[in-house]
Design a protein around this ligand. Structure first.
Ligand SMILES: [Zn+2]
Length: 341
């Protein structure tokens, strides 16, 4: 990690889950591993189709243990989960054609190189969409068991075994389903097939939305987003026109089929001016705010190579940032999951 991981406590939010994440890999990934990801020699290709457990559940425990231990406040954890939920519910049109399991091939296909039109192609989505699925599995176990069971029981049963065994114990899809059924009988095979193996146009939001929270969009960003923008030196308008622009004007993300996409904006171009005046983050946000509710486009001067052109961004919804808002007073399953033990 960069210097400041522990000392610059306020500004390291987005990397804070790294330590609990890697800690969890001792069990999930190092000890337990998908059967076809374990290979006897370097000639045998590894296959990644169970990474939604290896990485997806590690991503889940990374945030859960982060919140439980205080590595990340509950508020920031909810901020991170809201950003994840919104990404897959509102900014991943590629889920209309590509099932989650297929994204486990991305480390092999793409070698972690930057990809064009990521929202349409999808990328290593098994990490964070995996987190959402395991959050929902926890919600189902808690609701079906009347609060007696949780993902902690799955972890104990699946990872907490054979003390002193330093080898690798492999598993298959059916082993995962069998352990879930021992924790809480349910149609886990059907559930995981629908979420993981089939094309699933709807994001798996139920761990949040049926776990006591609503995913809403507000004009004020969460602390999580503010820290992330400061750290990345950019302006995140993913839900406010459909693009991300660096403080230097570099367009780093354009959401497929969004308003910026429709205006002809592409990654790799540079934003020079907003409504005829020199671009900076504050003036861009002010222009988007001013266009709210009007039928006036925001005019953006874009440079691509040596070509300059003005495009019209037709976005009149103002600034929008995702957050999870508690529904009612009683603790939901998500509150129970994140509570320190
Ligand atoms: Zn990992």
């Amino acid at each position: 990690m960069r210097r400041g991981y522990f000392t610059d406590w306020e500004n390291a939010g987005s990397s804070r889950n790294l330590l609990p994440h890697e800690f969890v890999h001792s069990w999930n990934g190092k000890y337990r591993r998908g059967a076809n990801l374990w290979t006897p020699d370097f000639r045998t290709p590894m296959e990644d189709n169970l990474l939604w457990l290896y990485e997806g559940q590690t991503q889940f425990w990374g945030y859960v243990l982060g919140a439980r231990s205080g590595m990340l406040s509950k508020e920031d954890t909810l901020g991170a989960l809201a950003s994840t939920a919104a990404t897959f519910a509102n900014a991943t049109p590629g889920r209309a054609w590509r099932p989650l399991v297929d994204t486990t091939n991305d480390p092999i296909i793409a070698s972690r190189a930057p990809q064009p039109w990521r929202s349409w192609q999808r990328s290593e989505d098994y990490y964070s969409e995996g987190l959402m699925i395991w959050t929902d599995v926890d919600r189902i176990i808690r609701q079906q068991s009347g609060g007696r069971g949780s993902m902690d029981d799955f972890a104990r049963a699946f990872f907490g075994m054979n003390h002193g065994d330093w080898g690798v114990l492999t598993y298959t899809f059916d082993d995962v389903v069998a352990t879930l059924n021992r924790v809480q009988p349910y149609d886990w095979a059907g559930y995981l097939n629908r979420r993981v193996n089939e094309v699933a146009p709807q994001a798996p939001l139920e761990g949040f939305t049926q776990g006591g929270y609503d995913l809403v969009f507000t004009e004020e960003p969460t602390n999580w987003i503010k820290v992330a923008e400061k750290r990345a030196k950019n302006t995140d308008l993913t839900y406010s026109g459909g693009f991300v622009v660096g403080n230097d004007g570099a367009i780093t993300s354009v959401i497929w089929d969004g308003p910026a996409f429709d205006a002809g904006m592409t990654v790799g171009s540079t934003l020079l001016a907003v409504n005829g005046r020199t671009f900076d983050a504050d003036s861009l946000k002010a222009a988007i705010k001013a266009a709210k509710g009007s039928n006036q486009p925001v005019r953006l001067l874009i440079k691509n190579g040596d070509v300059y052109r003005t495009i019209e961004l037709n976005w009149n919804g103002g600034l929008r940032y995702p957050r999870l808002v508690k529904r009612g007073k009683a603790p939901g399953t998500l509150d129970a999951l994140l509570a320190p033990r």
